[in-house]
Ligand binder design. Structure first.
Ligand code: FES
Length: 260
């Protein structure tokens, strides 16, 4: 694993325009006392090499202590993005007295505003580098990454979710309780909600989130009627409603498996 991969895994965003090919010179780091390769000397130049800069994509994470990497990198990077510019005007009458979040996901930066929907007032702003930049500077490099790595799409999705969660945290300024309403037909989402309910009961968090069973309501619409699918004694959501299709597919699969 390269230092670049290790930083990606730790959600530390480093510009990697050539996606680790060692040609763009963007993933410049200054960590420990790494021996310079001839290839990176060509890309970085003698001056940068003498100043201790190296390419994160050219060095194995095993070349130095992981704790040192995380410490040094945090001290040597840091970027500021300004939230400014055009805010689309939407009619806000009769929406509700709740808050909304407007997000501009750019290839390089992500900007977010927390808005009071009753009067369209901007309550808070936050922005940061889109951490997907660690998988390529432009969209084409990121697409290439997803095509070349089996788990590439998952990593890119995880990466943008990390940036969004971080910005939401910044906008909420430590006030972590919020009301969220969502409609889904995805069994994955329902099962993930169960994970968050379990986390809350165990007093832990998953990716900085947990769900209080008593403050969560989950319904299905069945034959035109709304019905709660919370399972009181288990403190969980009944996933059968959304898992049936998947179960049917598994049943078909099992039947095929039985054919000699
Ligand atoms: S040189 Fe481009 S990502 Fe390392």
């Amino acid at each position: 694993m390269t230092i670049l991969d290790f930083l990606r895994e730790n959600n530390i965003c480093l510009d990697a325009a050539c996606n680790g090919l060692g040609s763009c010179g963007k993933c410049k780091i200054k960590i420990g006392n790494l021996k310079a390769f001839e290839g990176e000397r060509k890309v970085l130049g003698d001056k940068d090499i003498a100043a201790g800069y190296r390419l994160a994509c050219m060095h194995s994470v095993d070349e130095c202590d992981k704790g040192t990497i995380l410490k040094d990198i945090k001290e040597s990077t840091g970027s500021v993005v300004l939230v400014d510019g055009f805010m689309p005007r939407v009619s806000h009458t009769n929406i509700c007295d709740k808050y909304g979040i407007a997000i501009d996901i750019g290839t390089t930066t992500v900007a977010m505003e927390l808005i009071d929907l009753s009067n369209a007032a901007i309550i808070a702003k936050a922005s940061d580098i889109n951490s997907q930049i660690a998988f390529g500077f432009d969209v084409m490099s990121r697409i290439a990454y997803t095509m070349e790595n089996v788990d590439g799409l998952f990593k890119l999705q995880k990466s943008i979710v990390h940036t969004l969660n971080m910005l939401i945290d910044k906008c909420l300024n430590g006030n972590k309780y919020m009301t969220l309403t969502l409609a889904t037909h995805s069994p994955y989402i329902i099962n993930h909600l169960n994970l968050l309910l379990k986390a809350f009961d165990k007093g832990v968090k998953i990716e900085n989130a947990a769900l209080d069973y008593h403050k969560t309501e989950v319904y299905v619409v069945e034959h035109g009627m709304v019905k709660s699918i919370k399972v009181q004694n288990a403190h969980l959501i009944n996933t059968d409603y959304l898992s049936d299709d998947i179960n049917e597919i598994y049943n078909e699969y099992d039947k095929l498996d039985e054919i000699q």
